[in-house]
Design a binder for this molecule. Sequence first.
Ligand code: RIB
Length: 300
Amino acid sequence: MSDICVLGNFVADNTFYAEKLPAKGQTIFGSGFQVGPGGKGSNQAIAAARLKSKVSFLGKVGDDEYGKMAIELYKKNNLNHKTVFVSKEHPTGVAGIMVNKTDGTNAIIVYPGASMEITIDEVNEFSDLIRNSKVFLTQLEIKTEVTLHALKLAKKNNVITILNPAPAIKIEDEFFKYIDYFTPNETEAKFYTNISINSKSEAKDASIKLIQMGIKKVIITLGEKGLFYNDGKKEIHLDATKVKAVDTTGAGDAFNGGLAYGLSKNQSIEECLELANKVGGMSTIKLGAGDSMPFLKDLS
Ligand code: RIB
């Protein structure tokens, strides 16, 4: 059994580095290229596993080289990967990522491939694992009906649930009652609330709107401006960890993995946020997504 169960996608990130992002219709030369592990779910699972949590990753890959890359990654990072389905019909998903090396910002297209094909029946094969975890963490990069089913299963068994609503897509109102922690970035928070977030007071307004929608605890990550937490009683604002970012891909995933770790160790919300904030920041000083997640020893 695991302390943390992550349901989500693995894709192989094909990342191009350049001094700026190209404009629409423009071709520019890059200064680097790499292929490495990505996918929000997988990145979050790696982040938690590198902090020495017992983590299971529930997902689906293709029967191909990128699928093998995923399994190797889980073996190397001590994750339970018996929960990874291998599709004979669909290839492993891929992402095309462009990174501006000057400030680490990016633009991403994800082709989910096999990861989108995981079914409710397959999730049910591991229902005991979800029920017996301390924390269940998921995102919106697989079919929403599968995500909702798993969230329900977790919440009905008193497992702490985290939904990282990324990428931002429309979800049924029913979702909200099964979410303990909702962790959008400012763009995603705007999608769900229609409130543009440029200040702490706007982050507070958006969090109040989300709480009114039925979510228990809201954490809005604000990039270099840090984060804002609100549970209806307590509000916390933290500045971002000061680092020289070279690639912010997966920083939100690192944050969510760190949060899941803290919650699984029964840490206070203050401790969880401090740690997750640090994990998110540290992930930006290395290139890549899954490969850039810090280890416990990197945080001291
Ligand atoms: O959150 C970053 C991730 O989003 C990348 O690794 C990419 O694969 C996309 O899923």
